[in-house]
Design a protein around this ligand. Structure first.
Ligand code: IPE
Ligand code: IPE
Ligand code: MG
Length: 253
């Protein structure tokens, strides 16, 4: 019998929950670098996005296997409308494809899907597919999978401000009783823990308007790989980096 069981598996397979000293409750990922990946491979940008979806499937599965509570994915920002009509159309088509191909497995795995962002600006088909996915999985109790589509952190805060102002105006909310919790309860992510770990691939080191309120005390990890090349191993590595971080939340421990 081995006296010292190795803590980490020496092989290169995916890690397991017990391999980590601590895991984040909520992981957010800015999946960046599809365009550069396509360019590097001399392919159309749409192919980069397609390859990005392939990478995504594995990452969602692994998040679920690890028993992480919530995963938030940045799929399309409020600023991404500024791209060419062709690229926007390719992304919209991929969104439909993704839900069509994944929804059965996700539902079977008890994953609860929530869309972060304003659905009203999306084409009918996409909006309907997103609403259907939310409704179908709404009562599931497993991984909370948040997909940000036409999402902007500022837009989310503006929306919360409007909702709170309306409640105050109607007399059902006393402005003096608005707390941080009240604000959090009017964000798309209401009821979920704050983001513990934010991963952005491709070497860019910025938030690009993602989950501004929820990331107040998130740990940031910036793997240099382009999103389509991001593997479960890279993910495990980012999770290990998180495990080694000392979080202080302003205190002195
Ligand atoms: C991220 O990849 C995916 C979306 C924004 C939808 P990009 O398309 O931003 O890739 P780069 O930054 O151009 O390489
Ligand atoms: C952020 O990436 C949005 C998504 C990954 C969906 P961008 O590539 O759009 O961000 P910027 O423009 O480099 O900041
Ligand atoms: Mg980018």
């Amino acid at each position: 019998m081995a006296l010292f069981a190795p803590k980490r598996r020496p092989h290169h397979g995916p890690m397991h929950r017990e391999d980590f000293a601590k895991l984040p409750r909520h992981v957010a990922i800015i999946m960046d670098g599809n365009g550069r990946w396509a360019k590097k491979h001399k392919l159309a940008v749409a192919m980069g996005h397609r390859q990005g979806v392939e990478a995504l499937r594995e990452i969602i599965r692994h998040t679920d296997d690890l028993g992480i509570e919530a995963l938030s994915l940045y799929a399309f920002s409020t600023e991404n409308w500024n791209r060419s009509a062709e690229e926007v159309a390719a992304l919209m088509a991929l969104i439909l494809e993704f839900f069509a191909s994944e929804i059965d497995e996700l539902d079977a795995k008890n994953v609860r899907i929530l869309i972060l962002g304003e659905k009203s600006r999306l084409p009918d088909k996409q909006r309907e597919a997103l609403v259907r996915a939310e409704e179908r999985t709404g009562k599931n109790t497993g991984l909370r999978l948040n997909i940000a589509i036409n999402y902007g952190g500022r837009a989310e805060l503006v929306r919360a401000a409007r909702e709170l102002a309306l409640l105050a105006q109607s007399g059902s909310l006393d402005p003096a009783r608005i707390t941080e919790r009240t604000v959090a309860d009017h964000l798309y992510t209401r009821g979920q823990p704050d983001v513990d770990l934010l991963i952005r691939t491709s070497g860019e080191m910025r938030l690009s308007n993602f989950l501004l309120y929820q990331c107040a005390y998130a740990e940031f990890v910036f793997p240099p790989v382009l999103w389509p090349d991001f593997t479960v191993r890279d993910y495990d590595q980012a999770l290990q980096v998180f495990g080694g971080r000392q979080r202080r939340f302003g205190g002195r421990t």
